[in-house]
Design a protein around this ligand. Structure first.
Ligand SMILES: Nc1ncnc2c1ncn2[C@@H]1O[C@H](COP(=O)(O)OP(=O)(O)O)[C@@H](O)[C@H]1O
Ligand SMILES: [Mg+2]
Length: 243
């Protein structure tokens, strides 16, 4: 469970202002908002990377900014993250990129164990045949999948995907949406997709959070969101072809 209570973080002319949210355990949640609304900033706050000026971020009832670093580290180990820019390392091949979170946390792991773990994640992301390739030899969609495989490698409790389909052609985007959906129905872990384009996710998301100019406009079930009488919310619903 991810819970935000009155989270405020001010920069000069942007930030988060009194964000409240409750993203239930094992649900599929889509966080939407315009470019610059504060979505990625919100993500970094949830991940324990940017401390809010005030308010609380709770992961499974633990206030992550009110614990010792060791505890924060153990909470962070529950997260799997697809960053907006993939954050892959060009100087490493697919296998090395995907294995990095494991070899970093557990340098003594045997090569055989590591190979098995990576092979499993490459299989579910349909990358088994490109393990030796360098990431800059791959298409945009495949690079996304490498980053997703890396997010999965630690078997996270909570998966975050920041703008997973932005910049992809429609067919490739559809493949990524299907992958994210299938992973959620198979492993049933809390999944949080951050996107300015909810079209591909609206049919199967359980919860919606809408933020605008650093404020929560809505956080609740998709059904309630569909009935939410707000001009920005209506624009999203309309864009998704639902009115
Ligand atoms: N570390 C930072 N320092 C200053 N401003 C920041 C920082 N991080 C984000 N911002 C500002 O916060 C606003 C929201 O950014 P962001 O969360 O990236 O938007 P989104 O992901 O919704 O497009 C932007 O105006 C951005 O410039
Ligand atoms: Mg962003």
């Amino acid at each position: 469970m991810v819970k935000l209570e009155n989270v405020t973080k001010r920069f000069n002319d942007a930030g988060l202002y009194g964000i409240d949210a409750h993203l239930p355990k094992n649900g599929f949640c889509t966080v939407i908002g315009r470019s610059g609304a504060g979505k990625s900033l919100l993500l970094r706050t949830i991940l324990g990377l940017i401390k809010p000026d005030s308010g609380r971020v709770l992961i499974d009832d633990t206030d992550i900014y009110n614990v010792k670093y060791k505890k924060l580290k153990s909470i962070r180990s529950k997260f799997g993250v697809l960053f907006q820019n993939n954050a892959l390392l060009d100087s490493m091949n697919v296998f090395e990129n995907v294995s990095l979170p494991v070899s970093y946390r557990n340098p003594d792991i045997s090569q055989n164990d590591l190979k098995d773990m990576v092979a499993d994640k490459l299989r579910v992301t349909y990358l088994s045949n490109v393990s030796e390739k360098y990431v800059n030899q791959l298409s945009g969609g495949m690079q996304k999948r490498v980053a997703i495989a890396r997010a999965l490698i630690t078997d996270p409790e909570i998966l975050f995907y920041d703008e997973p389909i932005t910049g992809l052609d429609p067919l490739t985007a559809e493949g990524i949406i299907d992958l994210i959906r299938n992973l959620h129905s198979e492993i049933k872990k809390t999944t949080i997709v951050i996107t300015h384009d909810m079209r591909g996710f609206i049919d199967f998301t359980d919860y919606v959070m809408l933020i605008d100019e650093g404020r929560t406009l809505f956080c609740g079930t998709k059904e309630d969101f569909m009935d939410f009488d707000n001009i920005i919310a209506r624009a999203y619903v309309k864009m998704a072809g639902k009115i």
